[in-house]
Write a protein that binds this ligand. Structure first.
Ligand SMILES: [Zn+2]
Length: 434
């Protein structure tokens, strides 16, 4: 198996036993084989087919984006500065109704390219035409948890057809692309799916052995609607419908009571915190410090580029570290290291990949990135965790590897045709706009 070596590098590992390392790392096949401080041992150098000089590079685990709708990159900048329901119902849904499989393919390709260029190595995607999304994941080399999100505001036969589509997608693609693709099951949200439909989706997830993903309590209005329609708030509603009887990841969870936070902690439900999207749509500020204190796994998501408007997860990391300080008046809320864990270790845990990705550690998958640090904003060499959170951006990412394979070299994409993707994405948008 191909074994190669990085030497003279700085490694922010996210491994609590060895958080920072100046030294070397060996990769064999798809996994990290060995790491050490100082100069690489002669036997490691002898075993390596290739030796990469890590000078002026900072290596860290690839970032994990735990909520998004990649194909909506086609709608970036189309409708800004609107409230969520108006934005969704009058601007997003009419355009999305026109999406063909090809539009999804090129929109997702555009998103995949942007994610690789900003250091994301794994992402969660909830959308339609998921076969086309999976094709992009396969080709790009990224890792992804994919789910056909279903909206149940339709006649029963259409509901059934959508659910069958989600089941078929999971059967066809779970474990594909050398195991880089995993499937989830997704009712879009409690306010877009009747209770009996959610129960059917949960039953299918049990049968397939898959985790659940949904939007929950993004806005105060949808929480009020849930209470009006079902007599309980969304977390209790979903719990009663059995959604938390599977491993579950909920996006947003902005409006929570203490009781709901306790319930999420008890059921082991993970939360994808999407600060930029929540701010842009004025949805509110999630109670992240309270969630973390309660022991809830909180990871980070961009949501789509239609409500963000980019997929640079470094922005979410910085905002997760800043926002909760500002709101609480407590500068110790969400410290830098915790914000970085949200994008790596906790991201992995949110998608069932704890101990597989999210850390640089021998035995774990070789999903990692290298930032170019010979730049003004990385000087002086005080604390690289601080620099990554408060000073870096996706534009600093020079190299990306997933599953041991290099996807980006000196900011050049190795698996995707950037010019073609930009052209096709623009062409898709112009057709959709007609
Ligand atoms: Zn979303």
């Amino acid at each position: 198996m191909n074994r190669w070596l990085i030497e003279n590098g700085i490694f922010v590992t996210m491994d609590p036993e060895r958080p920072k390392l100046e030294g070397w790392m060996a990769v064999e096949g798809r996994a990290i084989a060995a790491m050490g401080a100082g100069e690489a041992p002669e036997e490691e150098r002898a075993k390596a087919k290739e030796i990469v000089n890590g000078k002026d590079l900072l290596f860290m685990p690839g970032l994990i984006n735990t909520h998004g709708h990649a194909a909506m990159s086609l709608l970036r900048g189309l409708a800004d500065d609107l409230v969520l329901q108006d934005w969704l119902e009058n601007h997003m849904w009419p355009m999305e109704a026109k999406f063909t499989g090809d539009d999804v393919y090129w929109g997702t390709s555009l998103a995949a390219m942007e994610m690789i260029l900003s250091g994301t190595t794994a992402f969660v995607d909830m959308y339609d035409h998921m076969d086309r999304v999976a094709q992009v994941v396969e080709l790009s080399g990224l890792r992804a948890s994919l789910t056909r999100g279903v909206i149940g505001l339709c006649p029963p036969d259409v509901q059934t057809a959508k659910l069958n589509d989600a089941i078929q997608f999971a059967r066809d693609w779970h474990g594909q692309a050398d195991g880089r693709i995993r499937a989830m099951m997704s009712p879009h949200a409690p306010y877009t799916c009747p209770p009996d439909y959610i129960e059917r989706i949960v039953a299918a997830a049990h049968e397939l052995g898959l985790p659940m993903h949904t939007h929950m309590s993004e806005t105060a209005a949808e929480v009020a609607q849930n209470v009006r329609d079902y007599g309980v708030r969304p977390a209790e509603h979903l719990d009663r419908l059995g959604l938390f009887s599977r491993p579950a990841l909920v996006a947003h969870a902005v409006h929570l009571t203490d009781e709901e936070i306790a319930l999420l902690a008890e059921r082991g439900v993970a939360v994808s915190h999407n600060p930029v999207s929540n701010l842009k749509l004025a949805s509110g500020v999630a109670r992240v410090p309270d969630l973390l204190r309660a022991g809830v796994t909180v990871s980070l998501g961009t949501d789509s580029a239609a409500s963000n408007n980019n997929l640079d997860l470094f922005e979410e990391i910085r905002l997760a570290a800043l926002l909760h300080k500002g709101v609480s008046g407590d500068p110790t809320a969400v410290p830098a290291a915790e914000a970085l864990r949200m994008a790596t270790v906790y991201g992995a845990k949110s998608i069932g990949l704890e101990g597989v990705v999210g850390m640089l550690k021998p035995g774990m998958k070789a999903d990692f990135i290298a930032l170019s640090i010979a730049k003004a904003h990385f000087v002086p060499a005080t604390d690289y965790v601080s620099h990554l959170v408060y000073s870096a951006s996706g534009a600093d990412v020079a190299h990306v590897w997933v599953d041991g394979k290099q996807l980006l070299r000196n900011r050049e994409l190795l698996t995707m045709d950037a010019e073609r993707i930009r052209f096709e994405a623009q062409r898709s948008f112009e057709r959709l706009r007609q």
